[in-house]
Design a protein around this ligand. Structure first.
Ligand code: FNR
Length: 369
């Protein structure tokens, strides 16, 4: 269908399912084992209800914010998703260009199809970018990569901590890996590619399973970028992260692609914010809590912000948008979200995101009994 018939982010998924090659659909849409975590990511949002306020003059509404000190036109960032060229020949550049035009922030994946420098070159001057990091067994490779990113102006380092081994995404594993050029630029020192178990496993064998809390000071020593741990699910780990002096955490189950039955980021948010409140000021200007997984509407984002998130990441929503429509699709997705924020905030009775708090939602059914 023409782009003007797309009304919401779900529509992009339906088009992608109908039009993507099997291999790409399997890699993008798959989640691990029985795919329970991915279903729950969406379902959790449907258990939070709004408690809107009325008669509060909502003529002018502002949904912009800052994320790790960078301006963003929406409280949403583009989360890292690997292998953009499986979906579209321009791969991740679709995201970079649309993000630049509309003032939102892209997190560049370590396993992008386009090279890191191609992506940064496609950005506008001063366009903020974040980097997602898979840590290599060879720490020199990682150090060079991180320091290069910092020199090129990247303003946040998201270290993925929920993937010491890749989850079993069986839909993807049934496809054999064929290197047809869409693959990630193989990092130096990555040689042990396994080609018989799907795309995800083929490209991820360099990731270091020995990564541990003891490594965090080393990351601090090699970069001045804010560091965020992506893939936190436990209040204990949230507190360890705060104590380790990183600048934030992403509550995420990796879009359901890692440990199946890992609880959704939204559900964990409530418990983790409660735990963090026992350890210092809240909100904490030096420690951000992000959420991702299953977000498809601005109303999802508003729920997460009300419950204490600083901003929210979207993966598949943008991936499916560029798979079928390239950069224009991503721009449309951003415009759809923007319109949804305007309407959602007006109907909630707020003019700025700062007004949001737990009093705007009923989350009593969030943890299903
Ligand atoms: C991902 N995600 C991911 N995360 C990461 O840290 N490194 C990566 O390389 C990837 N790659 C990746 C590929 C694909 C195809 C998907 C769908 C996801 C996870 C991603 O950053 C994010 O956590 C989830 O996508 C959020 O869930 P939704 O928005 O896709 O529901």
């Amino acid at each position: 269908p023409p782009l003007d018939e797309i009304l919401n982010l779900h529509d992009f998924e339906a088009v992608a399912r109908a039009t993507l090659p099997d291999k790409a659909w399997a890699y993008y849409s798959s989640a691990s084992d029985d795919e329970i975590a991915i279903r729950e990511n969406r379902a959790a949002y449907q258990r939070v209800w709004f408690l809107p306020r009325i008669l509060r003059d909502v003529t002018s509404v502002d949904w912009s914010t800052t994320i790790l000190g960078q301006r963003s036109s929406l409280p949403v960032y583009i989360s890292a998703t690997a292998l953009g060229k499986l979906g579209h020949p321009d791969g991740e550049l679709n995201l970079t260009r649309a993000a630049g035009k509309h003032g939102i922030i892209q997190m560049i994946p370590t396993l992008a199809s386009c090279s890191f420098d191609e992506i940064v070159d496609a950005a506008q001057p001063k366009q903020p970018l974040f980097l997602q990091l898979y840590v290599n067994r060879d720490r020199e490779v990682t150090k060079k990569y991180v320091q290069h990113a910092e020199r090129r102006g990247v303003s946040g380092l998201f270290i993925t901590v929920d993937a010491p081994q890749l989850g079993r995404r069986e839909k993807d594993m049934r496809m054999k890996f064929v290197d047809d050029g869409a693959g990630a630029k193989v990092q130096e020192g990555q040689s042990d590619v396994k080609k018989d178990q799907g795309i995800a496993r083929a490209i991820s064998s360099f990731i270091d399973p020995s990564l541990a809390w003891e490594d965090i000071p080393w990351f601090r020593s090699i970069t001045k970028m804010p560091i965020v741990l992506k893939g936190v699910a436990s209040p204990h780990d949230a507190i360890l992260a705060l104590e380790a002096g990183v600048q934030g955490i992403v509550l995420s189950n990796h879009g359901g692609r890692q440990l199946d039955n890992a609880r959704s980021g939204l559900e964990n948010l409530v418990d983790i914010v409660a735990a963090l409140k026992t350890r210092g000021p809240w909100p904490n200007p030096n420690f951000s809590v992000f959420v991702d997984g299953g977000v498809r509407r601005a109303s999802d984002v508003l729920k997460a912000l009300a419950l204490g998130a600083s901003a929210v990441g979207i993966g598949r929503g943008f991936l499916y948008a560029f798979s079928s429509y390239g950069q224009e699709g991503v721009e449309k997705a951003i415009e759809i979200l923007r319109d949804e924020f305007e309407m959602g905030m007006r109907l909630l009775g707020i003019t700025s995101l700062k007004e949001l708090g737990p009093e705007f939602v009923d989350a009593s059914a969030l943890h299903a009994k």
